[in-house]
Design a protein around this ligand. Structure first.
Ligand SMILES: [Zn+2]
Length: 492
C-alpha cells in the first residue's frame, strides 16, 4: 500500500470532523416528543386530581364509586364551576341519581360520563366490534374505533358490570387526550402477547377471510426449516409500499405491530371510516401495501418458544453457549443457521466490517450474499414488485435510519420524507454512513427508492411498551403513502 501518511491523516481528520458535526446536527434538531406521548394515563390523572391514594396504579384493580368517578371527570374535563354544581349537572342529565352517589359505578354510567368529552354526534351504528349490540344502543363501536374503550376477547358488551379504577382512568383520559388513545378495537389481532409464528399464521388467514375484497395473502418463500414467509397485499393502487418486520428474531414485537396495522387499515377502509384523519379507502386506490410481518419465522420461533420448538435446537444451543456463555436466546437476531439476515444483502456486503466469522446470534453475514432462503425470498420479491418505498421495522431506540450514500435529488427527497416520518412518530433520525449488507442499503442503491428502518420501542420485546409503540406508529403506513404520492406527483 502506498497511501501517504499525510493523506491518511487528512482522511482521518475529515471523517472525525464529519462525524462530530453530524452528531451535533442530530443533537440540535432532534425532534421533540409528540405531545403526551411519554405520558401515561395514570400520570396524567395525578397531574390533575388532588388525591394521593385514590388514583394510584397499584389500586387500579379496585372498584370506583360514582362520587369518585365524578371527581375524576370533573378534573379531566377541567371544569370551571364548583364540584357540587358539576355533580348537579350530572344528576340532572340522568347519568346517575343523587341518592345513589355512593354506589359503585357501572360501565354504562362510565360511558355516559365519557360521552360528555367526546360526543358521538348520533353515530350509533354498532356492527363490527361487539356481538349482540344493536344499532341505537350505546354507540360502543364508535368509541372502540376511536381507541377510547376496549373490546374484550369475547366481544361481549356488559353495561351493568362494576368498573375498576383503571378502566375509569383509561376511559376518561383517552376521551380527553387523543394522543393517549389505545388499541382501536382489536377483533382478530391481539397484539399484547408473545406473538408466535402460529398465532400470526392463524391471524393472517382469519384476516384474509374477514376482508376478502381487501386483503390477499401470499407466500413469498420458505425459511430454512420450511416455515412460510408471508406477504399480505392490501390495496389496489399502482404505487407499492413494503412494510417488513421481524427480520431480526428478537425484535418480534414488530410482527404484531404490522399485523395490527393491516387489520386497522383494512377495517377502516371496509367501513369507509377515516383512521386518525387519513382517508384509508381513498389511499388504497392509489397505493398497495405489502405487509411482510415475519421475515425470520424460525428465529422468532426460537426466541419465543425455545430451542425445543425448532429442528436446529442442538445447533443453536451450541452457538448461543459459545457466544453468551449461556443458552439465552432473548437477544438472538439471526436465522436458525446463525446468519444475520440483515447482513445478507449484496450492497456493500464484501467490505463489511464488524461482522462475526461464523454462525452467531447476530452479525454473521454468511458465506455469501443471499445464502439464506429468507433473505433471498425478500430479495426476489422486492425485485419482482419494485416498491416505491420500504419501511423496515426493527427494535430499538425510537430512531429512523435511512441514509446509505444517496445524493442529489434522491437525498433531498428521502430527507424530506424522513423528517415528516420523524414528526409523526416523535422519533429522531440519523445519517451515519453504515456498513452495508442491510436490506435497506440494497433497496436504496438498487431501486433508488426511500427505505427507512423504523427502530421502535426502547427495550427489546417488552410488551409493556406496546401502547406507546402503537400510538407512535399506527398511522406510519398511511403517512408514508401520502408522502411518496406527493413526491411522485412532483416528478410528473
Ligand atoms: Zn434489527
Amino acid at each position: 500500500m502506498v497511501y501517504s501518511q499525510k493523506s491518511n491523516w487528512r482522511l482521518f481528520l475529515f471523517i472525525l470532523l464529519f462525524n462530530i458535526s453530524a452528531f451535533l446536527i442530530v443533537q440540535l434538531v432532534r425532534f421533540p416528543e409528540v405531545s403526551g406521548a411519554r405520558q401515561d394515563e395514570w400520570s396524567y390523572v395525578r397531574g390533575l386530581v388532588e388525591s394521593d391514594e385514590m388514583w394510584e396504579q397499584e389500586h387500579g384493580h379496585l372498584p370506583v364509586m360514582r362520587y369518585d368517578a365524578a371527581q375524576l371527570f370533573f378534573a379531566v374535563e377541567q371544569r370551571e364551576e364548583e364540584f357540587a354544581d358539576y355533580l348537579n349537572i350530572l344528576v340532572s342529565q340522568g347519568v346517575f341519581s343523587e341518592e345513589e352517589i355512593w354506589r359503585e359505578l357501572l360501565r354504562e354510567e362510565l360511558y355516559r360520563l365519557m360521552e360528555r368529552l367526546e360526543p358521538s354526534n348520533g353515530n350509533s351504528r354498532n356492527e363490527s366490534y361487539f356481538l349482540g349490540v344493536a344499532d341505537g344502543d350505546f354507540p360502543v363501536d364508535f368509541y372502540a374505533r376511536l381507541g377510547i374503550i376496549d373490546v374484550p376477547f369475547d366481544r361481549q358488551y356488559r353495561p351493568d358490570d362494576v368498573v375498576t379504577r383503571q378502566e375509569a382512568v383509561f376511559v376518561a383520559v383517552r376521551a380527553a387526550l387523543p394522543a393517549l388513545r389505545g388499541n382501536n378495537a382489536p377483533v382478530v389481532v391481539q397484539p399484547k402477547q408473545w406473538y408466535t409464528y402460529e398465532t400470526m399464521r392463524a391471524d393472517l388467514e382469519r384476516l384474509a377471510t374477514a376482508y376478502p375484497e381487501l386483503l390477499v395473502l401470499h407466500v413469498i418463500g420458505e425459511s430454512v426449516e420450511g416455515r412460510a414467509i408471508y406477504a399480505m397485499r392490501l390495496g389496489t393502487g399502482k404505487t407499492e409500499i413494503f412494510l417488513d418486520g421481524s427480520n431480526h428474531a428478537s425484535e418480534w414485537l414488530t410482527t404484531p405491530l404490522l399485523m395490527k396495522m393491516m387489520e386497522e387499515y383494512a377495517h377502516h377502509a371496509k367501513y369507509g371510516y377515516s383512521f386518525g384523519g387519513y382517508d384509508v379507502a381513498g389511499l388504497l386506490e392509489e397505493v398497495t401495501f405489502w405487509f411482510i410481518p415475519m421475515v425470520n419465522p424460525d428465529g422468532v420461533t426460537l426466541v419465543l418458544e425455545g430451542p425445543g420448538a425448532v429442528e436446529h435446537g442442538a445447533f443453536v444451543r451450541q452457538v448461543a453457549s459459545a457466544h453468551n456463555g449461556s443458552e439465552d436466546f432473548s437477544d438472538w437476531k439471526a436465522n436458525i443457521r446463525g446468519v444475520d439476515l440483515n447482513r445478507q444483502f449484496p450492497t456493500g456486503w464484501q467490505g463489511m466490517v464488524n461482522v462475526k466469522r461464523a454462525a452467531a446470534p447476530s452479525h454473521y453475514k454468511g458465506i455469501a450474499p443471499l445464502s439464506e432462503p429468507e433473505a433471498l425470498a425478500l430479495f426476489e420479491f422486492t425485485l419482482d414488485r419494485r416498491p416505491a418505498m420500504v419501511l423496515s421495522y426493527h427494535q430499538r431506540g425510537e430512531i429512523i435510519f435511512w441514509y446509505y450514500r444517496q445524493d442529489g435529488e434522491q437525498l433531498a427527497r428521502d430527507w424530506r420524507i424522513v423528517r415528516e416520518m420523524a414528526t409523526l412518530t416523535g422519533y429522531s433520525w440519523d445519517f451515519y454512513l453504515t456498513n452495508g449488507g442491510k436490506y435497506r442499503d440494497w433497496v436504496i442503491r438498487e431501486l433508488g427508492v426511500p427505505a427507512l428502518i423504523m427502530e421502535v420501542g426502547q427495550r427489546i420485546g417488552d410488551l409493556g411498551e406496546w401502547d406507546r409503540i402503537w400510538r407512535q406508529n399506527r398511522y406510519g403506513g398511511l403517512r408514508a403513502a401520502e408522502l411518496i404520492l406527493e413526491e411522485l406527483d412532483k416528478k410528473k
